[in-house]
Design a binder for this molecule. Structure first.
Ligand code: 5AD
Ligand code: SF4
Ligand code: FES
Length: 370
């Protein structure tokens, strides 16, 4: 592969890379090659959204989960986790804080719960946020797999965006990461249902998984294209000691740097291939290196999701070890991230909902359906 020529082609036009070229870019390892890759991705990001970062305030609403994903620290069978569910009014208060502080959007995330009571609980929160902000604070839900009618109900209540990671586009790899009653097919059907309901849809995968190849990661990026995904939140796998997949794999310095590297490469190649989607520099990058999220931005990401959950709950929402910001409160994270963003010469888009340019384009810039 002639790297400069491949990078030039990728910068000029989206979808220009072949699957083989995507895999080859993901396999790059020399520092100079990686620097060139990240620079190219950053240039594409700047062409689409300038030197700007969109913020989403992340509310970790509860860690009760019906699922048992083999990698996740809050999986059902992890008895060491003390479970919590934040009261609806308190969730709304966190969103009010975000609105006052000029976050354009909030993400409400929790473990997976499917019940009529939970459906109503979430809808009530979404309605209250829409009411106090006059619809200005855009709400993203990240509450796992649900029936289509539940997604519809939440959409009607005012939710505009939904995040549901596919984790891997390989059904075989998916099977090796989940118990047999977790269904790849249902995950896919949920993503399609969300799209049909008019949500702005985000998905994502983990990179650096045991047994994962660059070919599979390349397919993940093709999958985002095929599903016409608007937003991407993805990050490297970090072994959690109290999970089947993480037990016995200590997080050595060498492993940290390897996982960070593959995480950054996925961001960069996603940007070079897809061009106009929103891509988050996810918190997990900062679990691997103190400046991990800034490095994600410089590799082509354009979204940050500062945690705005009250400090008392953060410790208990630990999907992976070394989660940052456990002892900080929302105000501290706001200040800290502002400085970090300024430190790399970027500006935060305060008070803007930060719709995915891809979404606006696919909807013909129709504000009425956003
Ligand atoms: N390492 C990295 N990411 C993880 N997630 C869950 N457990 C881990 C882990 N050990 C991610 C999954 C999930 C999201 C909420 O967090 O991709 O969808
Ligand atoms: Fe539950 Fe999500 Fe963790 Fe799976 S990854 S156990 S669905 S919180
Ligand atoms: Fe939370 Fe830095 S982002 S303390």
């Amino acid at each position: 592969m002639e790297l400069p020529a491949v990078l030039r082609k990728a910068r000029e036009k989206r979808f220009a890379l072949t699957p083989q070229e995507i895999a080859a870019l993901l396999a790059l390892d020399a520092d100079a090659d990686l620097a060139a890759l990240f620079r190219s991705a950053y240039a594409v990001k700047c062409a689409h959204s300038g030197k700007n970062v969109s913020l989403r305030g992340l509310i970790e609403m509860g860690n009760v989960c019906a699922k048992n994903c083999l990698y996740c620290g809050i999986r059902r069978d992890n008895a060491k986790v003390e479970r919590f569910s934040i009261a609806g009014d308190q969730v709304v208060r966190m969103a009010e804080w975000a609105y006052r502080e000029r976050y354009g959007s909030v993400v409400i995330q929790s473990g997976e719960v499917e019940s009529d009571e939970h459906t109503e609980f979430v809808a009530a929160i979404v309605r209250k946020i829409a009411a106090f902000s006059g619809g200005e604070l855009s709400v993203t839900l990240s509450l796992g797999e649900q029936r289509g009618e539940v997604y519809r109900y939440w959409r009607e209540a005012g939710a505009r965006r939904y995040l549901l990671r596919i984790e891997t586009s390989s059904p075989e790899l998916y099977r090796s990461l989940h118990p047999s009653d977790h269904s790849f097919r249902r995950r896919l059907e949920c993503l399609r249902a969300l799209r049909e309901l008019g949500y702005q849809v985000g998905s994502g995968v983990m990179s650096g998984l045991p047994g994962q190849s660059v070919g599979q990661l390349a397919n993940d990026l093709l999958f985002f294209r095929d599903l016409d995904i608007d937003m991407i939140g993805m990050g490297p796998f970090v072994p959690h000691p109290d999970t089947p997949l993480g037990a016995g794999t200590p997080l050595s310095a060498e492993l940290r740097s390897r996982q960070l590297r593959i995480g950054l490469k996925m961001i960069a190649v996603a940007r070079l291939y897809l061009h106009d989607v929103n891509i988050a520099a996810t918190t997990v990058l900062q679990a691997l290196a103190p400046d991990g999220r800034e490095r994600g931005l410089l590799a082509g990401a354009n979204v940050l999701m500062p945690n705005i959950t009250d400090a008392e709950y953060r410790e208990k929402y630990r999907l992976y070890p070394d989660k940052p910001c456990i002892d900080e409160n929302a105000g501290q994270c706001r200040g800290c991230l502002s400085l970090r963003v300024a430190g790399i010469g970027e500006a935060i888009l305060w008070g803007q909902s930060g719709d995915s340019p891809h979404y606006l384009r696919r909807c013909g810039n129709r504000a009425d359906i956003a």
